[in-house]
Each structure stands twice: as structure tokens, then as C-alpha cells.
Write a protein that binds this ligand. Structure first.
Ligand code: NAD
Ligand code: DAU
Length: 339
């Protein structure tokens, strides 16, 4: 089996690649990644050095490169797994164009290439396409929830999902989609909530909570996202959308306090800072259909334990994040104000 993994040098893509190489010896993995600021060359360096993974540094909007890579996928089970995207909401607010470029034009380019070569595609998307929920809403997002994205990031992801669905219906493209909740784990960029707070504490800085911290996110360990994507590749039905989540809802305030406790700083040893404009209040995924139909279940459901492993990973891999930390914090400092 051959897989072409787009965005495989980023957080979730690289974890997917690492697990695939470790657990699926019959799978040949090629990664295409344009190595934006979000990709750290050290992330896949060991796998590239041993030849376990082929890394092609190129943009997914480059139709010529995409054509030559996708044309190699000639087996019935071969597939493109599409992680590549601009992924950070805060960046999409300050500069939306790269999101339109990678998330919409990139997905369009990939769809056209897969259509030309009749190659299977799995498109990785997010729960943010559904907008947000009230804190006390008993409902969670399901496959039927209407799309109502709020940020430039989620609007471009919603657009890419719509393109994929149209290519399935109009051209018979063999595609599946998945919409997952907030991931955490190793190799996540330090601009994101959990690694930002962990590395702030490791660096002697104060963690930063947007607004009151009442916003709720539904956390899943990245390894559980990977196992769900493999369940879809193995048993998913063409044209279907699968929701992925692990019932991990927490307010940002509770999560912040947990990180502070686990890292031995006072529970209130953080600053409340300016809120994110348009900040989505709550995400919550109902993954019961994915569980029932694919026989998938998340394994790492103890968030406290997962956080401890993640803290240990960032403590042990300072060389991985330290080179970019100062730049990330300087960027935040330009707009953030302590409340
Ligand atoms: P990330 O920002 O860590 O990684 C994205 C990768 O894509 C980077 O390596 C980057 O260099 C690459 N990339 C960006 N534009 C590209 C382009 N035009 N051509 C080639 N490569 C390009 O993001 P992530 O958190 O790993 O997210 C991966 C995917 O999962 C995204 O599609 C995102 O929308 C989705 N997702 C993320 C989460 C989450 O919690 N992080 C949850 C659900 C879904
Ligand atoms: O829900 C899935 C989405 O999760 C993915 O589609 C996105 O790619 C991914 O980035 C993530 O989006 P969020 O905006 O939820 O993640 P982020 O880590 O940026 O923020 C998580 C929450 O924490 C959010 O409510 C904002 C808040 N926050 C964030 C940062 C960086 C803080 O309070 N302080 C911070 O310093």
C-alpha cells in the first residue's frame, strides 16, 4: 500500500506518519509538505534519514508536483491522506490569505489531481466547521449539524469540505471526510494552547488565558485521531463523513489550572489576557456513529494522564521547540494585553 500524506511534517500529520511507519510495515509513505513556519524540519528527520519516509518539499497548489506524486498511487488501496492546511485561528484573523491559498486552492488542486488519476482521498477536517454551541446546550455536533463556521480558518476548512463533497457527487471521486475535535500531544506547535502554556512555564513565563477562560474545547489525544483515520482507511465508506472525538470537554480555565497543578505552579499562576475576536464558545463532538460503524474507540481518554505525558515530552524536547518560542511570544505580545 502506498500513501501520500499532505502536511505530514506538521503536528497531526507527523504523528500519523510516525505511527504508520511503526505499526504498518507494508505501507510506503511519501510526505508532501511546503515546510511553512508550522513544520519543524527536526520532526521527521530521523524517519527521512533512515529512508522510512520520503519527504517532498513542495506546495500542494503546485499541480505539476501533485500530478507526479499522485500518479504513483496505482494500487486499489493506495490513497492520499490530506492533512495540509494553515491551522491556527489567531493567524487567520491577522492574515487570512494563506488560509485561502492552502486550505481552499490546495484542496482544489488535490481534488483535481485525484480525479484525473482516480485515486482515493481521505480529507482531514475539523469540528469548527459547525460553529459553536452554548455551554448548556445538551446537543453535540453530529454529521447532520449545519455548517456555520466563524473564523477565516474554519470558513476555509468548511469550503474545502464542500469541495470534497461536490467532487464525490459530481465526479464520483473516491473520498471520505473526517471532522475531529481539538488534538493534543507531542510535536504540536508552541503557538497552540496546551504547548504554549507548558513551554511558558518551562521557560519561566506566565501562562496566558484568553478572556475568562469559560470557552470549552473537546480534547482528544493525537494518537486516537490517528487510529480513527486508520479505521476510516480500512473500513470507511466512500462519500461518508466521520466525526472523531473522545468526550474530552473542558473549560479552558479548568485545563489551565490542571496544567499549572501538574507543573507545580500555583493554580492561579497565569494571566488573563485579551480575548480572541469572535472566539467560539464551545465545541463538542458526538462520535457515536464512527464508534458503532467502524468499531473504533479512543484509548487515551484520561486527559490528566495525557497531559502529563505531553508535559514530559516538551520537558525532554527543548531543542525541538526552543528555537521558535521567542518569535511566537513576540508575535502574541504585539496584540495581547493582560486584563
Ligand atoms: P499544523 O499547522 O501543525 O500542520 C500543517 C502542515 O501543513 C504543516 O507541516 C505545513 O507546513 C503544511 N502545509 C500548510 N500549507 C501547505 C501547503 N500549501 N502545501 C503543503 N504543505 C502545507 O496543523 P495540524 O494541527 O497538524 O492540523 C493538520 C490538519 O488537521 C489540518 O487540516 C487541520 O485543519 C486539521 N485538524 C486539526 C486539529 C487540531 O486540533 N490541531 C483538529 C481537527 C482537525
Ligand atoms: O477544534 C479543532 C481545532 O482546534 C482545529 O481545527 C484547529 O486547527 C486547532 O488549532 C484548534 O483550534 P482552537 O482555536 O480551539 O485551538 P487553540 O489551541 O488555538 O486554542 C484552544 C483554546 O484556548 C481556544 O479557546 C483559545 C484558547 N487560548 C489559546 C491560546 C493560544 C488561550 O486561552 N490562550 C492561548 O494562549
Amino acid at each position: 500500500m502506498r500513501l501520500l500524506v499532505t502536511g505530514g511534517a506538521g503536528f497531526i500529520g507527523s504523528n500519523f506518519v510516525r505511527t504508520t511507519v511503526a505499526e504498518r510495515s507494508g505501507v510506503h509513505v511519501t510526505v508532501i509538505d511546503s515546510m511553512t513556519y508550522a513544520a519543524n524540519p527536526a520532526t521527521l528527520a530521523d524517519l527521512v534519514a533512515t529512508g522510512a519516509v520520503e519527504l517532498v518539499e513542495a506546495d500542494i497548489t503546485d499541480a505539476t508536483v501533485m500530478d507526479s506524486l499522485v500518479s504513483r498511487l496505482t494500487g486499489d488501496d493506495d490513497a492520499v491522506v490530506h492533512f495540509a492546511a494553515e491551522s491556527h485561528n489567531d493567524n487567520s484573523l491577522s492574515g487570512p490569505w494563506p488560509f485561502v491559498h492552502s486550505n481552499i486552492v490546495g484542496t482544489f488542486t488535490l481534488l483535481e489531481t485525484c480525479r484525473r488519476h482516480d485515486v482515493r482521498l481521505h480529507h482531514i477536517s475539523t469540528d469548527e466547521v459547525y460553529g459553536d454551541l452554548a455551554v448548556d446546550d445538551p446537543a453535540k455536533f453530529t454529521e447532520e449539524t449545519a455548517y456555520q463556521p466563524s473564523s477565516p480558518y474554519s470558513a476555509t476548512k468548511a469550503s474545502s469540505d464542500m469541495l470534497v463533497r461536490a467532487w464525490v457527487r459530481s465526479y464520483g471521486l473516491r473520498a471520505t471526510l473526517s471532522n475531529c475535535s481539538n488534538n493534543y500531544g507531542p510535536y504540536q506547535h508552541v503557538e497552540k494552547f496546551i504547548p504554549r502554556q507548558i513551554t511558558n512555564i518551562l521557560d519561566g513565563r506566565r501562562p496566558r488565558l484568553y478572556g475568562s477562560g469559560a470557552n470549552v474545547r473537546d480534547w482528544i489525544h493525537v494518537d486516537d485521531h490517528t487510529s480513527a483515520v486508520w479505521a476510516i482507511l480500512d473500513r470507511g465508506e466512500t462519500g461518508r463523513t466521520y466525526l472523531i472525538g473522545a468526550d474530552g470537554e473542558r473549560t479552558n480555565l479548568d485545563l489551565m489550572r490542571e496544567i499549572c497543578r501538574l507543573m507545580g505552579v500555583g493554580e492561579d499562576g497565569f494571566d488573563h489576557v485579551t480575548d480572541r475576536p469572535g472566539h467560539d464558545l464551545r465545541y463538542a463532538i458526538d462520535a457515536s456513529r464512527t464508534r458503532e460503524e467502524l468499531g473504533w474507540a479512543p484509548l487515551l481518554t484520561d486527559l490528566r494522564e495525557g497531559l502529563q505525558h505531553t508535559i514530559d515530552w516538551y520537558s525532554d524536547h527543548r531543542d525541538w521547540w526552543e528555537p521558535v518560542k521567542e518569535r511566537v511570544e513576540a508575535r502574541y505580545a504585539a496584540t495581547e494585553r493582560v486584563l
